[in-house]
Ligand binder design. Structure first.
Ligand code: NAI
Ligand code: MG
Length: 348
């Protein structure tokens, strides 16, 4: 029986409900599929910040390095400076651990009504560059209180950064329907995103068996709503991918349905698996959050660890659960967070 060391970080808000729910499913699947999880809980997040003045201890990253993966909820609380969760936790982990792939799949859940009128099924993956681009947080505010005040954020796109995410996307497409759509805005961001296009085209030439097209972010947003079935692998930047993946959640029916992985493909560092959404303070503490995005994140973690049979088994159990009408409030149902996890376990 393979044993995996998993760092569990609920974070804040609904993380305290959906992470335990997701973990229960992973542990139950382990019994069936023959793996075990050796878990350790870490209280990092905005709650930790309120007590200690930082989102994680000085040796926080060092501690996480010893694990095979991190199973994470999300961070952020009302009343805590909301520039801190990303800067002091999420981006820190993603960049320090070279988790340069943000893998965010989008598909139709059986039994869940998409807000889209079209019933044509869609199944694609948003591959978001996760360590550079618009989110490098290099910039400044000058004379913010003055009449001539200004704020500047710089985007950084490096050849190395673009090449590695592009190779990942094309290799992923080879295992899927062999199509990469790269999302850009090079008609107006004529330096950074023209370079993005140029390097992606160089990489694309190395994959003649994979179809490749380019779409502007404005058109891509509209196309997610009007014809999502045209996409297979959507390769995009850090900011665009952040926005497009919430839209991906929305067309599935809820943000609470989206699973994600922050992946270091080389496995030099642990990868971190978290749903696409945030800590949802508006519904926290009520046992009504949808745990399926968290459970899907766990499935992606199992795939990363090589437990493919278990991953497929859990997704099939999730499908049986939604088909059976066990749905949370965001999907118009009445099932509670823990009841949904129990239903998935029963359906395993
Ligand atoms: P959010 O994603 O937390 O919530 C947006 C809306 O979606 C809310 O109405 C919420 O109730 C709903 N929602 C989200 N997840 C749900 C679920 N599992 N089930 C049912 N409904 C769900 O985004 P928001 O409100 O912009 O941010 C809240 C906090 O989360 C902020 O502090 C923000 O910084 C943080 N955040 C953290 C992230 C991370 O840790 N990676 C990512 C995004 C936001
Ligand atoms: Mg986001």
């Amino acid at each position: 029986m393979t044993n995996y060391k998993i760092a569990v970080i609920p974070g804040d808000g609904i993380g305290h409900e959906i992470v335990p729910a997701g973990l229960e499913v992973l542990l139950a699947a382990g019994k069936k599929y023959g793996y075990s999880l050796d878990t350790e809980n870490f209280s990092y997040g905005a709650g930790y910040y309120l007590k200690h003045g930082k989102f994680m201890p000085e040796d926080g990253l060092e501690k996480l390095k010893a694990f095979d993966a991190v199973f994470f909820g999300s961070v952020g609380l009302p009343g805590v400076d909301d520039t801190l969760p990303a800067k002091d936790y999420t981006f820190k982990v993603r960049t320090s651990f070279q988790q340069y792939v943000n893998y965010r799949p989008v598909r139709v859940y059986p039994g869940v009504t998409s807000p889209l009128r079209s019933t044509t099924p869609f199944d694609f993956v948003v591959v978001r560059e996760n360590t550079e681009g618009e989110f490098v947080q290099i910039g400044n505010q000058y004379l913010p209180d003055e009449e001539n005040g200004m704020g500047v954020d710089t985007s950084i796109f490096t050849r190395k950064g673009i090449e590695r995410i592009a190779h990942y996307a094309f290799q992923l497409a080879r295992k899927r329907r062999k199509k990469v759509t790269h999302v850009t805005k090079s008609n107006t961001l004529i330096n950074s995103l023209s370079y993005w296009d140029r390097v992606i085209k160089e990489v694309a030439a190395q994959y003649p068996d994979v179809a490749h097209d380019q779409m502007y972010i404005d058109n891509a947003s509209a196309s997610f709503v009007l014809k999502p079935e045209v996409f297979d692998v959507v390769l995009t930047t850090n900011l665009f991918g952040d926005i497009l993946s919430d839209l991906g959640g929305a067309i599935m029916g809820s943000l609470g349905l989206g699973g994600a992985g922050n992946i270091n493909p080389e496995k030099d560092f642990p990868s971190m698996f978290e749903p696409i959404h945030g800590s949802a303070p508006d519904i926290a503490g009520q046992n009504i959050a949808n745990p399926l995005g968290q459970i899907w994140s766990g499935v992606l973690m199992l795939e990363h660890l090589g437990e493919h049979e278990a991953a497929a088994g859990i997704m099939a159990a999730v499908d049986r659960t939604t088909t059976g009408g066990v749905l949370s409030a965001d999907l118009g149902g009445t099932a509670k967070t823990d009841e949904i996890a129990q239903a998935v376990i029963a359906n395993l």
